[in-house]
Every structure is written in structure tokens, then in C-alpha cells.
Design a protein around this ligand. Structure first.
Ligand SMILES: [Zn+2]
Length: 99
């Protein structure tokens, strides 16, 4: 069972068209170790992120996720390094559990 989602799980773009199969996993936040982040089943992906995943370009995917997030949430720019660390942990889980 998966929820209906309307944004790309990587970059937040609306109406993602692709699904990337992934096992459910859990990661611990680096900033707040008591916080556990759950990833349930597949990840939704826009076309561009899908291509980057197919290329296995982890660095590019991470950079895109961060820059897209900040372009949508400009105040997050001041936390860019922390944000990048957290997203890197989550995406590392994705790469490990991707089917
Ligand atoms: Zn995307």
C-alpha cells in the first residue's frame, strides 16, 4: 500500500510521473538523533530526477534536491549545510534500498 503523492520525492517538483521501487527503510537524523525518518515503499520522481537516478549520479541528485528545495523555500538557504547533510542521509538510504 502506498499513499498518493503529488510531488517528486527528490526535488519537490509537482506531478511526478515516475515511480522508483524501493524497500521501506528508516534512517536517523544527524541533527536530531532521536528523530527517525521513515521511507515507505517507492519514491515518486519527476522526469529529470528519474534520469539522474538512472545515471546513478548521486552527487548531482543531492545537489538538485537541495537547490530546488531552496528555490521553493528561500529562507532555508541559511540552513543549507544542515539540510544537505539530512537529505544526504535520507538519499543514502534510498540508494541502499532501491530495488
Ligand atoms: Zn524531481
Amino acid at each position: 500500500m502506498s499513499q498518493v503523492k503529488e510531488i517528486c520525492d527528490f526535488c519537490g517538483a509537482p506531478n511526478p510521473k515516475f515511480k522508483i521501487e524501493c524497500k521501506t527503510f528508516q534512517v536517523k537524523s544527524d541533527i536530531e538523533p532521536r528523530l527517525e525518518i521513515n521511507s515507505i515503499d517507492e519514491w515518486m520522481s519527476c522526469e529529470l530526477c528519474y534520469i539522474i537516478v538512472k545515471e546513478n549520479n548521486r552527487e548531482k541528485l543531492l545537489d538538485r534536491s537541495i537547490s530546488e528545495f531552496i528555490s521553493r523555500n528561500p529562507t532555508a538557504a541559511q540552513f543549507k549545510d544542515e539540510l544537505k547533510k539530512e537529505v544526504a542521509i535520507l538519499q543514502a538510504g534510498f540508494w541502499k534500498n532501491k530495488l
